[in-house]
Design a protein around this ligand. Structure first.
Ligand code: GRF
Length: 192
């Protein structure tokens, strides 16, 4: 990856669909002097995504793309990102599947955070599935995105203990706390 923004910052775009606690945390991280990233834009498929308010508060531009079947507006998104020399895309609670073509255009430059210890529990409802299986641990994973769902190379994981009286909501909350720690850490580990 080449350095493009300022002397040492990587032009980054964050993709969200919902609450945006990871986005909020990545913004905080990006504002640190030594942070390797500069967040240039926040993209969402959902114009009601709560997380968009964090972007607005921090004067980061936002763009809504529908990511509809067929990806007919995909070239617009690619153009939009290339215009800002985006060199890193962080998916943070982004609920759409990116096309192979899109992933190819940003090969090795798209990261995702997933709320399980991959390769366990790819896809949705991870906390519920971990509880149903009576696992002792769950956790979270930062990984590169490839064309197979939640299957790209793992960068960093954090284990989280599951307790007897856990509910999906309780477990989610504890895992989210760890997500906020490992996402910036994983970004710092990248070889730019
Ligand atoms: C997180 O649990 C993340 O791992 C998953 O979606 C959730 C997004 O949460 N991909 P938030 O919108 O960042 O609060």
């Amino acid at each position: 990856m080449k350095k493009l923004a300022g002397p040492s910052k990587i032009n980054t775009s964050v993709f969200i669909s919902g609450t945006g606690s990871n986005l909020k945390n990545l913004i905080k991280f990006s504002l640190k002097k030594k942070s390797p990233i500069l967040i240039r834009s926040v993209i969402s498929n959902n114009n009601k995504a709560k997380g968009l308010t964090f972007a607005k508060k921090n004067k980061i531009k936002t763009k809504i793309y529908k990511f509809k079947n067929g990806y007919n507006n995909e070239n617009d998104i690619i153009k939009y990102l290339k215009k800002d020399d985006i060199n890193l895309i962080c998916l943070a609670g982004f609920m759409k599947i990116l096309s192979k073509n899109f992933i190819k255009k940003f090969r090795g430059k798209i990261l995702n955070i997933h709320p399980s210890l991959l390769p366990k529990y790819k896809g949705l409802n991870t906390h519920q599935r971990a509880l149903e299986n009576k696992d002792n641990f769950s956790g979270c994973t930062v990984h590169f995105v490839n064309s197979r769902l939640d299957s790209g190379k793992i960068i960093l994981q954090k284990k989280v203990k599951i307790y007897k009286n856990d509910t999906p909501a309780k477990l989610r909350k504890r895992i989210l706390k760890q997500e906020h720690i490992i996402y910036p850490k994983a970004i710092k580990m990248l070889q730019f």
